[in-house]
Ligand binder design. Structure first.
Ligand code: ATP
Length: 342
């Protein structure tokens, strides 16, 4: 059963275009579903409508098969953690976590049991007596999650919950959050604009652009089989190369763009003259930046690859035909089936 489902969900803000434009999405039970897209694409608005914080203009939200479109947040059995999660500064960690239980008038013994349980799942049981100001950003984050967890939600809605952390903490928080989600098995909808976060954490990713879902799939499907040029270039760093040829756009990942073997042209690969501008050495890999005709292109190699490329020179590079994605030049949509004559 889909735990969270949206049907033709739409939001028009006064005077603006549709922030969310008829989105149909369905999560499976226990899934970690990521909503990924650039700033302003509508992902927060979509999450807020699922959570009941924003009334939709039209369409429906279903949770556990029940239409909840017009129910208030507290009737939806969801827990939300936003970027700007606020802990009560004057309360201890224990009381912060117990807060929703107190509000529900849960008895003291059950409160204590639930707070201990959530705190141990999140590894903050040693911190229950502290005040929020005595915690690191990552620990505060975990307190906010524990507070969400004690309510036994059917669904977690998380909006960029890691964005307040520095890069190093983010990586470990990402790992912790994912492990935690696996342990509790609660369906989670997670908003981010960070493709690394999305690829690393999501069971599936919905890529959103201008209020619409461009593609829904596993990280591998989205990366290997992008539905259009938006998805192809939004995921991957550096993004997929897009080169016009014979009225189409040819897409290929930088890691598939390699020096042509002498005499191999035509045998299952397509060659391109690659004019190299500069090289970047990144420790584990090297990137070559340059152009194919008018189009910018990047090639990526392991740092140790024996490759001598001089900026300013043009080299014959190749891509295996099986690694090429063909897109319609006008619509940007992927052309499946037969690869056209190149
Ligand atoms: P970000 O990653 O920057 O938070 P987002 O993808 O979450 O972006 P939303 O916050 O959902 O995007 O906003 C989608 C669009 O709706 C934007 O163009 C935004 O300006 C507009 N918008 C959001 N909230 C309102 C509002 N209360 N009134 C009017 N327009 C709004």
């Amino acid at each position: 059963m889909a735990v969270v489902e949206t049907r033709e969900l739409t939001k028009h803000f006064a005077g603006g275009v549709a922030a969310v434009d008829g989105i149909d999405l369905a999560s499976t039970d226990g899934e970690f579903l990521v909503l990924l897209g650039p700033s302003g694409c509508g992902k927060t608005t979509l999450l807020r409508m699922i959570g009941g914080l924003e009334p939709p203009t039209s369409g429906d939200v279903l949770i556990g098969g029940r239409v909840v479109t017009h129910l208030p947040p507290r009737a939806r059995q969801i827990a939300m953690v936003f970027q700007s999660y606020a802990l009560y500064p004057h309360m201890s960690v224990y009381n912060n976590i117990a807060f929703p239980l107190k509000a529900q008038k849960v008895d003291k013994a059950t409160q204590q049991q639930k707070v201990q349980w959530a705190a141990s799942i999140l590894g903050i049981d040693q911190l229950l007596k502290r005040k929020p100001r005595q915690l690191s950003g990552g620990q505060r984050q975990r307190v906010a999650l524990a507070r969400a967890l004690v309510r036994d939600p059917n669904v977690f809605l998380l909006d960029e919950p890691l964005s307040n952390l520095d890069a190093q903490r983010r990586a470990s928080a990402r790992d912790e959050l994912q492990q935690f989600q696996r342990r509790v098995g609660t369906t989670t909808i997670y908003v981010t604009h960070d493709q690394v976060e999305a690829m690393g954490m999501g069971d599936r990713i919905a890529v959103i652009d201008r209020g619409r879902v461009r593609q829904l799939g596993t990280p591998r499907e989205i990366y290997d089989d992008p539905a259009d040029t938006f998805v192809a270039t939004f995921l991957g760093s550096p993004p997929m190369n897009l080169v016009p040829r014979n009225g189409h756009l040819l897409g290929f990942r930088p890691e598939h763009f390699v020096p042509a073997e002498p005499g191999a042209s035509g045998a299952g690969s397509v060659t391109f003259p690659f004019h190299v501008h500069r090289e970047e050495y990144l420790g584990v890999e090297r990137l070559l930046y340059g152009e194919i005709g008018e189009a910018k292109a990047v090639a990526r190699f392991p740092a140790g690859a024996p490759l001598a490329a001089t900026p300013g020179e043009t080299y014959e590079f190749a891509v295996q035909t099986k690694e090429l994605k063909v897109f319609d030049r006008e619509s940007g949509l992927r052309r499946h089936g037969e690869v056209p004559r190149l």
